[in-house]
Write a protein of this length. Structure first.
Length: 125
């Protein structure tokens, strides 16, 4: 009985750690998104007359858009992982239902696929 309680406690501790990791990462990304949005708004200012400078401005704008897309995609993954934490399916592969290894989860806390399914998806591309 004591052994059982202990192992259950350990499992819960890991979930708490995962949640903390995810929430910290989410806060980081949200801050980054705010910063990107602030930058993007500054682009409403008149462009400098020099064409070369305009090109740089445009390039930066495109980089910001790509960055913004990246941040939003990761935020979505994190939201999904937090939802899986809430409904108790966190750590299970969303495709085959196998347990995702702890090593993979600590490297990528919002991983939704086990390593086999992730590899299979990569191979299919
Ligand atoms: Zn799988």
């Amino acid at each position: 009985m004591t052994g059982f309680a202990q192992s259950r406690e350990e499992a819960e501790l890991n979930l708490d750690e995962a949640r903390e990791l995810l929430e910290r990462r989410r806060a980081e990304l949200q801050e980054r998104r705010t910063r990107i949005e602030r930058h993007t708004r500054h682009r409403d200012e008149p462009l400098p007359p020099d064409f070369a400078e305009q090109a740089v401005e445009l390039e930066n704008g495109e980089t910001l858009v790509a960055l913004d897309r990246e941040v939003n995609a990761e935020l979505k993954e994190i939201e999904r992982a937090l939802k899986r934490l809430a409904d108790g399916t966190f750590g299970e592969c969303t495709r085959c239902g196998e347990t995702i290894s702890e090593g993979r989860l600590s490297a990528l806390p919002y991983a939704s696929l086990c390593i086999d399914c992730a590899n299979a998806t990569d191979a299919a591309r």
